[in-house]
Design a protein around this ligand. Structure first.
Ligand code: ADP
Ligand code: MG
Length: 348
């Protein structure tokens, strides 16, 4: 029995799956979420609900744990930084601050000589003139976006004028890449130059939301190797501890670009639960809790399908699964359109 208690900030499906993995490793979990209905409360040892800036609740949470991690990136830096003075927060708060800001994230990646989409910062209306070079493009809020939220595709500067923009938060305009494919790399860094890295995962999106993931990705050997190298470089440069995801674009000329980095376990890695000896979640818990690193072995090729909105209902009523099919219900109380409600992994 390990006597470590892991604190997890955030109580969605990623927090649930982290808690499930922790349990398997005999690591106790305390989940802190600002959503009183958070589904992860079904899987952890202790659940605390409160606002992330509620000092009393945060102190209560911190007093119960040995190490703290998080399942999503949009946590106030101050909260993570204050916690880190008392108990180690992994990945480090500074890593989260860098990555949760699309401009800082892209500048950092470019400084490593890694290709990203072309981008420009938009801070005020007048920045929008003379942007023909970046069109067609996608305008994104620099912070707090996920699953395509806060994004506007734009093909002419006139269109920009008709969108209601809130300049109290910054924007980034990114040139649209003519996509051939999207892939992601999930990597767990344990310590200096010690990694477990999963093979590239091929992802398809609908309405900017992940729909399918599969391994093997149908990509060239060059892209296979380059994506892994870039993910390792990013993880090493950040002195990252835990599981990290790098999302990539491949354009029609087979150029590879980093789209974004997620300082956490990632939806595209759900298939690792069934397709590998150690999942992205278990590896994250192992790394942040300082447990043993186990060499990764792939068990099977796989495909993962996200169940959005009421697509879950059919599986809840009669899953009717074949032996190679695995259904996960995130136990979210309310079905909302396009909300990630569960997933199916098929070993192939
Ligand atoms: P989120 O934080 O919502 O995941 P992303 O920047 O990853 O935001 O965008 C979501 C999806 O939108 C991407 O996976 C891709 O399918 C599409 N997309 C975003 N930016 C671009 C771009 N510059 N060129 C082409 N497609 C894009
Ligand atoms: Mg993304």
């Amino acid at each position: 029995m390990s006597d470590i208690t892991l604190g997890i900030i955030g109580g969605g499906q990623l927090g649930s799956m982290l808690a499930i993995s922790a349990k398997k490793l005999n690591v106790k979990t305390v989940i802190f979420s600002d959503d009183a209905e958070a589904p992860a409360q079904n899987f952890c040892n202790q659940f605390i609900s409160g606002n992330y800036d509620d000092k009393q609740k945060v102190a209560d949470f911190v007093s119960q744990v040995d190490v703290v991690t998080y399942e999503f990136e949009n946590i106030p830096f101050e909260t993570l930084n204050e916690i880190n003075k008392l108990k180690p927060v992994l990945p480090k708060p500074s890593v989260n601050r860098l990555i949760q800001h699309r401009l800082a994230e892209k500048d950092f990646i470019n400084n490593l000589n890694i290709r990203t989409t072309r981008y420009v910062s938009i801070e005020k209306r007048s920045d929008i003139d003379a942007l023909e070079d970046f069109l067609p493009g996608i305008l994104k809020t620099t912070t707090l976006g996920y699953d395509g939220k806060g994004q506007h595709p734009i093909s002419s500067s006139d269109e920009l004028n008709s969108i209601n923009l809130d300049f109290s938060r910054g924007y980034i305009l990114e040139k649209l890449v003519k996509l051939k494919k999207e892939i992601s790399i999930i990597i767990t860094r344990f310590n200096n130059n010690k990694y477990e890295i999963y093979e590239p995962i091929e992802n398809s999106h609908e309405d900017q939301i992940l729909k399918h993931s599969k391994i093997p990705a149908e990509i060239s050997e060059k892209i296979f190797n380059q994506s892994k190298e870039w993910a390792m470089l990013i993880a090493e440069e950040l002195k990252y501890v835990g599981t990290l995801c790098v999302e990539f674009f491949i354009d029609r000329n087979d150029n590879l670009y980093v789209n974004e980095v997620a300082p956490r376990v990632h939806n595209s890695g759900h298939l690792t639960i069934n397709a590998y000896n150690v999942s992205q979640f278990e590896n994250h818990v192992r790394a942040v809790c300082g447990l043993e690193q186990i060499p990764l072995k792939k068990i099977s090729n796989a495909k993962m399908i996200n169940l959005l909105g009421d697509q879950i209902s059919h599986y809840r009523d009669s899953p009717n699964l074949k032996e190679n099919e695995f259904f996960f219900d995130y136990l979210k109380k309310e079905i909302k359109e396009k909300r990630k409600m569960g997933h199916i992994t098929i070993l192939i």
